[in-house]
Design a protein around this ligand. Structure first.
Ligand code: KG4
Ligand code: ZN
Length: 359
């Protein structure tokens, strides 16, 4: 089965062709047109500009995706599109384009939830996860832990009560001069900080807790892991404390060591996720872990979660960095399972800014 998929929920327009041969997926093309340079001028995504930019490129990248795959529209058996959650104007561009293409060519259409799509990036791995499993979604808009009963049925078992982890990296990163989106720059700067704190080129993350930098009271930050027995987080508390820390340094006329500051921030964020994932794995013995979303590219988080999963004796599925961010190949993978379930969309399909996975 040849699947043509679209993703336009935020600041990346993507079209992909993915084939399922009855056993496994193979990515024939995965074209991503990023708008990051445009939004960087404003320090974040401007929704109106995002919608317009999606409209400008969606036809061209569809041709490119088909051409790269060596297929024609008549070879396509299924069209999948992200319908929620995301920026409503941005989503509508993909949904309307996919609807028109499906109707004009008599191809079935399926709607895909963006977060289920991120999780489905792991289904594209050579040996993907088998449900039931736990899934951690860490992105610009989400920080949540899910229990998947099947490839299409998810339940939230933990979530952030306010900001998402990626959004917090972007905001704090911006304050220390890292251009939008700050996640990757934050990751690299934190590595410098961990190495500096431990004077060690290897195992720097695990040695960090014993370092003088960690004991420095001026750099203390709170954990975003709520200690109320739930699997929930609060990233706004960590973010506010970090902003206050930067202000305190500024008022005292002291220069903050940005690398050590970034390392401390990353450490608290990553340890909080590790703590809640350990608890979730304990509550659900034997279930494997799938990690998904843009922040799944974070090198410190990847390393730490590998330790947690190892200790729990279960499997870890993380997509390669190239499939962690927004892309349409992951939407095709989820679309395949939605179609198998019989969830074909009608011409009344609409986009929605809201999550469809319930607690
Ligand atoms: O999944 P995604 O591409 O878009 C949303 O659905 O939100 O995630 C984007 C987020 C941004 O906040 C970006 O800064 C973050 O992922 N990100 C990272 C890294 N690479 C991207 N955060 C931490 N470390 C990274 N290496
Ligand atoms: Zn995303």
């Amino acid at each position: 089965m040849n699947i043509l998929a679209f993703e336009s929920s935020c600041d990346e327009t993507s079209a992909a062709v993915v084939t399922h041969n009855g056993c496994e997926f193979s990515i024939k093309s995965n074209i991503i047109a990023s708008q990051i340079e445009t939004h960087r001028l404003y320090g974040g995504v401007v929704p109106e500009i995002a919608s317009r930019a999606h409209t400008e490129v969606i036809s061209a990248i569809t041709y490119e995706a088909l051409e790269t795959a060596g297929l024609k529209i008549s070879d396509i058996d299924l069209i999948a599109v992200t319908a929620n959650p995301g920026l409503i104007g941005a989503l509508l561009v993909g949904v309307n384009f996919a609807k028109a293409l499906a109707a004009a060519n008599g191809i079935p259409l399926v709607a895909v939830d963006h977060i289920k799509g991120h999780i489905a990036a792991s289904y594209l791995l050579k040996e993907g996860p088998k449900p039931p499993f736990l899934a951690l979604a860490v992105s610009g808009g989400h920080t949540a832990i899910y229990k998947a009963e099947s490839y299409t049925d998810f339940r939230i078992i933990g979530t952030t009560r306010d900001d998402a982890i990626g959004e917090s990296f972007d905001k704090i990163g911006r304050m220390i001069g890292i251009p939008y989106p700050a996640g990757r720059g934050f990751d690299e700067l934190s590595r410098e900080g961990f190495i500096k704190a431990t004077s060690n080129g290897t195992s720097f993350y695990s040695k960090y807790k014993k370092s003088d930098a960690y004991r420095n009271k001026d750099m203390t930050l709170p954990s975003p892991a709520l200690s109320d027995g739930t699997l929930d987080f609060s990233f706004s508390g960590l973010k506010t404390a970090a902003i206050n820390l930067l202000h305190r340094y500024e008022q005292a006329g002291r220069e903050v060591d940005k690398a050590l500051f970034a390392a401390r921030y990353t450490y608290e964020a990553v340890e909080a996720v590790a703590k809640k994932i350990s608890a979730a794995l304990k509550e659900n013995p034997g279930l494997d872990l799938v990690v998904a979303g843009g922040v799944a590219a974070n090198s410190h988080l990847r390393g730490r979660l590998a330790e947690v999963v190892d200790k729990a004796g279960v499997g870890l599925f993380i997509p390669p960095i190239s499939l962690c961010g927004d892309n349409a190949a992951m939407i095709a993978a989820e679309g395949y399972y939605e179609y198998k379930k019989g969830a074909v969309a009608t011409s009344s399909l609409n986009a929605s800014a809201l999550d469809s996975i319930e607690a």
